[in-house]
Design a protein around this ligand. Structure first.
Ligand code: RTP
Ligand code: MG
Length: 143
C-alpha cells in the first residue's frame, strides 16, 4: 500500500514494483475512513502511535496493490526498508522508505508482515472485486 505521503510518487513506485519482478494482480485507490483504518491496522490498536497513525493514514488517498512474486512478503518488505524512513536513509538508502518517506509515521508504503496478513489485507481491499462479472483474466496472476 502506498500511503498518503507518497501518493504523488506513485508512478515511480509502480516502476520499482515491476523492475523488481512483482506482478500487480489488483490495484485500487481509496481514502480510508477512520473505521476502515482501525480495521486494517487492528493489530496496533491501543499502541501509543495508534491515533497518529489513524490521522495520517486517513489524511488522503492510498493505493492498495496485490503483488505476486516468489517470497513476495519478504521481498517487498526488503524493498521497503526499515519502518523509520530516517533510519532507512542510513541503513537502506535505495529502499522505498528511504527514497519517499519522511519519518517513523510518514514512511511512504506499507507491506504485509506474513502470508496470513497478506491474505487478510488483500481480502480487506479486494474481496468485493470478485463479485464483478468479467471474463478477463488477471495478468500474470494464475494462482
Ligand atoms: P507497515 O505495517 O505500515 O508496513 O509498517 P511496519 O510493519 O514496518 O511497522 P509497524 O510496526 O507494523 O507499524 C505500522 C505503521 O505505524 C506507524 N508507526 N509509527 N513509533 C511510531 O511513531 C510508529 N511506529 C509505527 C508507521 O506508519 C508504521 O508503518
Ligand atoms: Mg506492519
Amino acid at each position: 500500500m502506498v500511503k498518503p505521503d507518497a501518493i504523488q510518487e506513485v508512478g515511480t513506485i509502480i516502476d520499482t514494483v515491476y523492475q523488481n519482478g512483482f506482478a500487480i494482480c489488483n490495484m485500487k485507490s481509496v481514502i480510508l475512513s477512520r473505521n476502515e483504518a482501525e480495521e486494517f491496522y487492528r493489530e496496533h490498536f491501543g499502541k501509543p502511535f495508534f491515533n497518529t497513525l489513524m490521522s495520517f493514514i486517513t489524511s488522503g488517498p492510498v493505493l492498495a496493490m496485490e503483488l505476486k512474486a516468489e517470497s513476495a512478503v519478504t521481498r517487498w518488505r526488503s524493498l521497503l526498508g526499515p519502518t523509520d524512513s530516517r533510519a532507512a536513509r542510513t541503513e537502506a538508502p535505495s529502499s522505498l522508505r528511504a527514497r519517499f518517506g519522511f519519518d517513523n509515521t510518514k514512511n511512504a508504503c506499507h507491506g504485509s508482515d506474513s502470508d496470513q496478513s497478506a491474505n487478510r489485507e488483500t481480502d480487506f481491499f479486494f474481496k468485493s472485486n470478485a463479485k464483478r462479472q468479467s471474463t478477463a483474466r488477471f495478468a500474470d496472476c494464475t494462482l
